[in-house]
Design a protein around this ligand. Structure first.
Ligand code: ADP
Ligand code: MG
Length: 472
């Protein structure tokens, strides 16, 4: 293995345990500059990087190099180097041997500049993680409107972002769909990253955690998996209710949780219900969750809905008269996602037609958002009928046994809508659908509500189905 291959191997390993932004920031333009008997010198682009690598990553680098060189290398040094001119050299790690004569004193002072100064060509990338575990920059505290129903969760989230790993650990935020749980989780991540771009922050949905775990088991990469999850500074887990019933994933999550918790790393968890109410969740997990801070989010009241609408239309630089915002806020009452959806729909419609919104032009657009009390009474049979037409499948097949995907999906949508729109009980939903078990209905409801936030096509499908159902 030549020096460049060795460094690639080391980087490959380090990359697994760091966020992409973090990794790029600190390991860009590094290389192995010199190898002597027991020592490897790493060239780094500036003093700031040198200090940082020495402080935060030297141990891991030494360990990884040792693994790849059968333990021959005992010392790793860093040197600021532009490939031609060596400036500084600092021995770290392993046993400190008598240093060569050109070694400069160890640099001890704190880095005085922010990473931005050194990587000005891509300043934002040091703050926002990219890729699968990404934080979305638009979910920040500045864009979160606080009302009575979410002020506790908001305050706790802010406390966590001021003092991660402090008294609110874990923070467990729960409440219905579209009430800002994901927004708060991500705001914590974004805020922490803004304060310290080097924090390892991992935002993940519970489903993703589960899939990752299963994948790691299948491919024999469980150590990589553990490395990835157990070495972060902050773990944000969204929609933890999906852990219910998944025993081995729960086991793994339990250990991840403990390891992080013991090391005073912050955990923030969201769920659609309190810990004890998650079906088939091990008591040792729910009691861990309950030991921290529990905060719920509820449906926004009228004033908060108005404030949200005002903020969102300002964001979009679209002006609407107050009475129109009032109308939207009085029609859409349950959750913020729907409220946003209604606003977007109104804006899109009027922009498309190139007319200014009036009460008369807005009212018909919002029929599908009418509160259930004002809606036409729809029976389960009519719902099944609507969905069968929408997906072009036969009702007998929907009620039958086949689990083909083209049937299973519409069936889950029916179960979701029966629960969400008609507030039917799970057993009665099971009955309506050809005598299925109530757990099937529960699963379907959870599955669809879980996908809803990310899946725009699904949101659209549901919207159209509701429209047909209520206006037919
Ligand atoms: P949840 O995770 O609880 O289902 P989200 O966090 O995904 O809900 O919120 C749904 C949408 O509503 C997002 O676009 C989010 O930004 C917005 N939202 C929710 N609560 C608020 C709030 N209090 N202020 C501003 N926007 C909010
Ligand atoms: Mg969410």
């Amino acid at each position: 293995m030549n020096t460049s291959e060795l460094w690639q191997a080391v980087l490959g390993e380090l990359e697994l345990s760091l966020s992409k932004a973090n990794f790029t920031t600190w390991f860009k333009n590094t290389f192995i500059s010199e190898v002597s008997d027991h020592s490897v010198t790493i060239g780094v682009p500036n003093l700031f990087t040198l200090t940082w690598l020495e402080k935060k990553h030297a141990k891991d680098i030494v360990k990884s190099i040792q693994e790849h060189t059968n333990g021959n290398v005992k010392t790793v040094c860093f040197r600021v180097e532009t490939r031609q001119a060596p400036v500084q050299m600092v021995p770290v790690g392993g046993k400190q041997e008598a240093p060569p004569s050109y070694v400069a004193p160890i640099v001890q002072e704190q880095p005085s500049a922010s990473p931005k100064d050194f990587f000005s060509e891509q300043p934002q990338q040091t703050q926002v993680q990219t890729g699968e575990f990404s934080l979305n920059g638009k979910y920040c505290f500045e864009t979160f409107i606080v009302g009575k129903q979410n002020e506790l969760a908001h305050a706790a989230a802010q406390a966590v972002s001021n003092q991660p790993g402090g008294i609110y650990n874990p923070l467990y935020i729960y409440g219905g769909v579209g009430l800002g749980k994901t927004h708060l989780l991500q705001a914590i991540g974004n805020e922490l990253l803004r304060k310290d771009p080097n924090l390892r922050i991992l935002y993940i949905t519970c489903e993703r955690f589960t899939n990752d775990y299963i994948h790691a088991l299948k491919t024999g990469k469980i150590n990589d998996f553990k490395g990835r999850y157990r070495t972060v500074d902050v773990l944000l887990v969204d929609d933890i209710q999906f852990l219910g019933g998944k025993e081995s994933t729960q086991e793994e999550f339990f250990h991840t949780f403990n390891q992080l918790f013991q090391n005073n790393k912050q955990l923030v968890i969201s769920s659609d219900r309190p810990p004890k109410a998650i079906p088939s969740l091990e008591p040792r997990l729910s009691s861990r969750f309950e030991q921290g801070m529990l905060a719920d989010v509820g449906s926004p009241d009228f004033e908060t809905r108005i404030a949200i609408l005002e903020a969102k239309s300002r964001e979009k630089a679209y002006h609407m008269e107050r009475e129109i915002l009032h109308h939207i806020a009085s029609v859409v009452q349950t959750n913020v996602r729907e409220l946003e959806g209604a606003l977007n729909k109104v804006i899109a419609f009027h922009q498309f037609k190139n007319i200014h919104p009036t009460l008369d032009s807005v009212k018909p657009i919002l029929t599908s958002f009418q509160p259930s009390s004002l809606r036409k009474n729809v029976s389960p049979k009519q719902l099944i009928q609507t969905v069968s037409v929408y997906f072009d499948v036969r009702i007998e097949d929907l009620l039958g046994k086949s689990r083909q995907k083209r049937l299973a999906f519409p069936r889950q949508i029916i179960m979701y809508l029966m629960r969400e729109e008609m507030k039917s009980s799970y057993p009665s939903i099971g009955n309506e659908l050809g005598g299925r078990d109530h757990t099937t209905a529960m699963h379907a409801y959870e599955k669809i509500s879980g996908c809803l936030c990310e899946d725009e096509k699904l949101q659209h499908d549901l919207e159209l189905i509701k429209q047909r159902m209520y206006t037919a």
